[in-house]
Design a protein around this ligand. Structure first.
Ligand SMILES: [Ca+2]
Ligand SMILES: [Ca+2]
Ligand SMILES: [Ca+2]
Length: 239
């Protein structure tokens, strides 16, 4: 409650109090202003969204965020084209989405594999060590365990096949990293211009102590080793 005193006209020495009981407080005014600002933001957002919906063509798909339109051909093709990946979401690609025609969510083309969530990827990408379906369903143990690899390929523990030269190269090329274990690599002999990682993989010598990790166990950047390499180099240059 607030009040204020004013002098009376008939007697300037006597004052009366005017009460402001029914007037809104500053706090209430602030609450109302915040509410109005919030409603304005909501209305603007709604108008922008309606505009974006209107701007997408008939053969286009509208991404939820970013107000972007993409070609319907890119929906459920295994590659995320919307920033929010809405074009590859499980709900959409399983065919539950009502905003698309059936042709966009129907079977994959010949030579393509249907990911568990619904998208399509090239059949050659199944069990190749790299996740190509957004949900990784092209590289599961269930799918790959019965896989046989040619002599030119290394077989990952879960069954994927990668090229032989990719095993023990310092980088995990099998999704489970089984191409870069001590068990597989420790007996490897490295060419003269290569450095042998602590667990046995071979990387180019110039990648040792270059402040980037090139062995999966990071042994190419071990501090002690790099210190001694540096002091050896400075000795060489001083002589
Ligand atoms: Ca793959
Ligand atoms: Ca590798
Ligand atoms: Ca390095």
């Amino acid at each position: 409650m607030s009040s204020e005193s004013h002098p009376r006209k008939d007697n300037p020495h006597e004052t009366v109090s005017i009460k402001f009981e029914n007037m809104p407080s500053l706090h209430h005014i602030r609450v109302h202003l915040n509410l109005i600002a919030f409603l304005l933001i909501i209305t603007t957002f709604h108008l922008l969204e309606t505009e974006a919906r209107r701007l997408c063509g008939p053969n286009q798909f509208r991404c939820k965020n970013g107000r972007r339109c993409i070609s319907a051909l890119h929906v459920c093709d295994g590659v995320a084209h919307c920033k929010d990946s809405l074009d590859e979401s499980a709900q959409l690609c399983a065919g539950n989405y009502t905003g698309l025609t059936k042709s966009m969510t129907s079977d994959c083309k010949p030579g393509m594999y249907r990911c568990r969530f619904g998208g399509c990827v090239n059949a050659t990408q199944i069990c190749d060590g790299h996740p190509d379906c957004l949900d990784g369903s092209d590289e599961t143990n269930d799918l790959c365990r019965k896989n046989r690899c040619s002599p030119k390929h290394f077989r990952c523990d879960y069954g994927a096949c990668i090229r032989n030269r990719l095993s023990c190269n310092g980088r995990a090329d099998c999704l489970d990293g089984s191409d870069e274990t001590r068990e597989i690599c420790h007996e490897r002999s490295c060419p003269p211009d290569h450095y042998k990682c602590n667990y046995g993989a071979c990387i180019l010598k110039e990648k040792m102590c270059d402040k980037r990790y090139n062995c999966v166990d990071r042994s190419d950047e071990w501090e002690e080793q790099c210190k001694s390499k540096k002091s050896l180099q400075s000795k060489k240059t001083s002589t």
